[in-house]
Design a protein around this ligand. Structure first.
Ligand SMILES: CC(C)=CCNc1ncnc2c1ncn2[C@@H]1O[C@H](COP(=O)(O)O)[C@@H](O)[C@H]1O
Length: 269
């Protein structure tokens, strides 16, 4: 082991130490248009690596069962009331029989993972390679570290039935707005997005009404995509209700498909 963490870099499943630690991250190199043009010639190979991230992620997460993603600040420390809220919501989600999925980092991600694992639930971290050294937090029992943000984001949406969003900064806002855009555009359906920490989120929700709605930049029902609460029980009820609706819709679709199949069969005979 090297004694200094700054001399170690995790890049996806790879570990680099000492002078082998690469400059920058894989995401930075993909997005950087400067530098020698030989980058262009390596893109086909890079696509295969992106594919392999999807394969690894789908492979691990497809058998997880019902799950809820919890997002929130990487910077909020234990002792802060939002950290306690993170632990509590992680615990309640696990007790309701859902796996908790987070970004696997510190702060409120760690809090939600801690609450879930201490309640005996499945606690997952989907980590991301960053320019500085960072390990998955200690409270996950399954984890994947991604090189690419966009692959990781696909995993959050594909394998969860709801998003819970705790207070946070740019990263949290990015995840929040991606989720509501997917719901707004019908890419995912019956997918509740729950904002926890009413005092923290009130200003944003007001701005959405006063600015976006008033100026006609969103539809009148779009603000309803966001549920605002401080109450973990209410959050779990919203998740359960949406999930029950989803299962009912799937059953109805399967029943209709069965009827259509029977009709076709009857027409053939
Ligand atoms: C101390 C520090 C900046 C650590 C960064 N380490 C991180 N590790 C894993 N996911 C992250 C990290 N930073 C941002 N994210 C993603 O963005 C959200 C938090 O970003 P923010 O702190 O609100 O903007 C998380 O839900 C997570 O999915």
């Amino acid at each position: 082991m090297t004694d200094s963490r700054s001399e170690e870099r995790q890049a996806g499943p790879l570990t680099y130490r000492g002078k082998a630690v690469p400059k920058g991250t894989t995401d930075q190199r993909l997005l950087d248009r400067r530098g020698p043009s030989d980058w262009v010639h390596t893109d086909p190979w890079r696509v295969l690596r992106i594919q392999s991230e999807f394969v690894e992620g789908f492979g691990m997460l497809s058998e997880v069962g019902r799950a809820v993603c919890v997002f929130g600040s990487a910077r909020i420390k234990p002792g802060n009331p939002y950290y306690e809220l993170g632990e509590t919501i992680g615990e309640r989600i696990a007790q309701a029989g859902y796996t908790v999925i987070t970004g696997g980092g510190p702060g409120l991600m760690e809090a939600a993972n801690k609450g879930a694992s201490e309640a005996g639930g499945t606690s997952i971290g989907l980590g991301i390679e960053l320019p500085f050294e960072q390990a998955l937090n200690d409270h996950i029992n399954m984890g994947v570290t991604f090189r690419y943000f966009f692959v990781r984001k696909t995993m959050f949406v594909k394998y969860s039935q709801a998003f819970v969003v705790l207070p946070g900064g740019f990263g949290t806002l990015d995840e929040l707005f991606e989720a509501i855009t997917l719901v707004q555009t019908g890419k995912v359906t019956r997918f509740p997005v729950i904002l926890m920490g009413t005092e923290f989120w009130a200003g944003l929700v007001d701005w959405i009404h006063e600015r976006l709605l008033t100026e006609g930049l969103i539809s009148p029902h779009d603000p309803d995509l966001l549920h605002l609460t401080d109450d973990p029980d209410e959050a779990v009820e919203i998740i359960r209700g949406a999930h029950a609706q989803l299962e009912q819709a799937i059953e109805e679709e399967e029943a209709v498909a069965g009827l259509e199949e029977a009709l076709h069969e009857a027409e053939r005979t």
